[in-house]
Design a protein around this ligand. Structure first.
Ligand code: NAD
Ligand code: GLY
Length: 384
């Protein structure tokens, strides 16, 4: 089915094509109630460990238990929030799994947003050298991005996602009904990653989002939401199938993320700045940097800034004091995973829909750019 033919919230499963590690992405309304059938046969035993957070457990724990009544399930409930992606959070999950006596014939279900997906996925990758797991993403961000592709990780004081593994799930099951309980703030954080797919390689998708799609997605219009999730997952599945371990084009999925990760590390992982909020502003920064470096027309950066402003999304001009220490942010960017031989790698853009990887960006250029932003501010048209 082509995305333009999508008129109903029920969508055929997509596939992440990775040979014997291929898996389906189920997207649609009402999938939680079908979960028992969807996970049938994904592991030898009928024992499950479910990792979730307090918020998701409170909202959907009962519905989940009902859907899984034919399985023996042990549930691990962690507090909500990015702070769980830590050694302490990981240790708590593993400890609960050992206490429950889980083994490699059992199945782990990651039931929550990107934090639970990244944390529980990493736990699955190292528990007794690896057990099968399924992603059941419950936020917009996790349904369009983090649940697909097998990146699992925790943070440490050196930065985001610096300890982790590539470890693919056996399936992704995204029930779009669950998004109805998300706050506006969380929805917008997820929308940043939707927008990313347009900006990195799909001008038509961006144009649709800009014309009407973005507003409709944020209003949870079922048709627009399904289309946005489908196109996002389709793009991600294609990129991951071509470059699972990020030796090439997968890095494009990190558009805006080098700036974002530095802002997040600086803010601390306490909810003050959400990942998707940092990505939203980080993409605005990547376009502004691209204009300044002479790669991109200022009209394209301005179009992005206007789109972000129209939807009241985080952007450069809303960052305020977060840019007040350019040297520190540059140092944080120097610790990013994409860097090579100690030199900063940035994902930049030639236009909306044309991102590229720029290696060996001199630290001085990044610091000069950030200094100009912090001293002069940034107008909405994307130029310093
Ligand atoms: P999150 O998991 O913290 O969820 C956001 C908040 O929404 C939490 O408080 C959670 O309890 C709540 N929530 C979850 N589902 C809900 C629902 N249906 N209704 C109401 N509330 C709900 O954050 P996130 O934005 O989903 O994910 C961010 C994380 O994802 C970051 O750690 C980021 O690094 C990671 N990430 C990973 C990848 C990857 O490829 N692995 C890609 C992008 C982002
Ligand atoms: N979110 C970046 C990736 O999955 O590669």
């Amino acid at each position: 089915m082509s995305p333009s033919e999508l008129t109903s919230p029920v969508i055929e499963p997509l596939r992440v094509d990775l040979g014997e590690r291929s898996y389906p992405i189920h997207i649609g309304s009402g999938l939680l109630s079908q979960l028992g059938g969807l996970i049938e046969g994904l592991a030898p035993s009928r024992r499950l460990v479910i990792v979730t957070d307090e918020t998701v457990h409170g909202l959907y724990g009962e519905a989940l238990a009902e859907a899984l009544s034919n399985y023996t399930a042990h549930i691990v409930v962690r507090p909500a929030g990015e702070a769980q992606k830590s050694m302490e959070g990981l240790d708590s999950v593993l400890e609960a799994m050992f206490k429950a006596g889980m083994d490699r014939s059992d199945l782990l279900l990651a039931f929550g947003g990107g934090v639970i997906g990244d944390l529980a996925g990493f736990a699955a990758s190292i528990y007794k050298r690896g057990m099968p797991f399924v992603q059941i993403p419950t936020t917009l961000l996790s349904q369009v991005d983090s649940s697909v592709g097998g990146k699992t990780a925790i943070n440490n004081r050196y930065g985001k996602n610096l300890i982790g593994a590539f470890y693919q799930p056996r399936a992704v099951i995204a029930d779009t009904d669950l998004l109805s309980t998300l706050s506006d703030r969380e929805l917008k954080a997820g929308y940043a990653e939707v927008l990313k797919y347009g900006l990195l390689g799909d001008r038509d998708f961006f144009d649709w989002l800009d014309a009407e799609g973005g507003e409709r997605v944020l209003r949870l219009d079922p048709e627009a939401l399904s289309k946005a999730i489908f196109i996002s997952c389709q793009t991600k599945a294609r990129i991951v199938a071509a470059d699972e371990r990020e030796s090439g084009q997968r890095a494009l999925l990190n558009l805006g993320h080098s700036f974002a990760h530095a802002l997040e590390l600086d803010a601390g992982y306490d909810g003050d700045l959400l990942h998707g909020e940092a990505v939203s502003a980080g993409m605005d920064m990547a376009f502004a940097f691209s204009v300044q470096a002479g790669y991109c027309r200022s009209e394209d950066a301005a179009k992005l800034s206007k789109h972000l402003e129209k939807l009241d999304m985080p952007r450069l001009s809303t960052l305020g004091g977060r840019l007040s220490d350019p040297a520190k942010l540059t140092r944080f960017m120097g610790q990013d995973k994409k860097n090579e031989a100690g030199k900063i790698t940035l994902i930049l853009a030639r236009a909306i829909g044309e991102a590229f990887v720029q290696k060996a960006v001199p630290d001085e250029n990044v610091e000069t750019f950030l200094t100009a932003l912090s001293e002069n501010g940034l107008s909405e048209n994307g130029s310093t």
